[in-house]
Write a new protein. Structure first.
Length: 63
């Protein structure tokens, strides 16, 4: 799963609140922002499909 990177400017107070919430829920601030965006979209009736998780580990050996 490839993620799109972009700059996000936040009010420092909002950023601090997101970091506190993320720490309480054992997430990174980035994951917390993504979760909050998904929840907001869902409340507005916009469904976003979950992407397949990234493959982990070494690729299989060719025989």
């Amino acid at each position: 799963m490839a993620k799109k990177a972009f700059a996000l400017r936040l009010d420092p107070a909002v950023h601090a609140a997101v970091e506190r919430l993320a720490a309480d829920e054992l997430r990174s601030a980035n994951a917390q922002i993504e979760m909050l965006l998904r929840e907001a979209l869902d409340r507005r009736g916009i469904s976003v499909a979950k992407s397949k998780p990234a493959r982990r580990g070494r690729p299989p050996k060719d025989d």
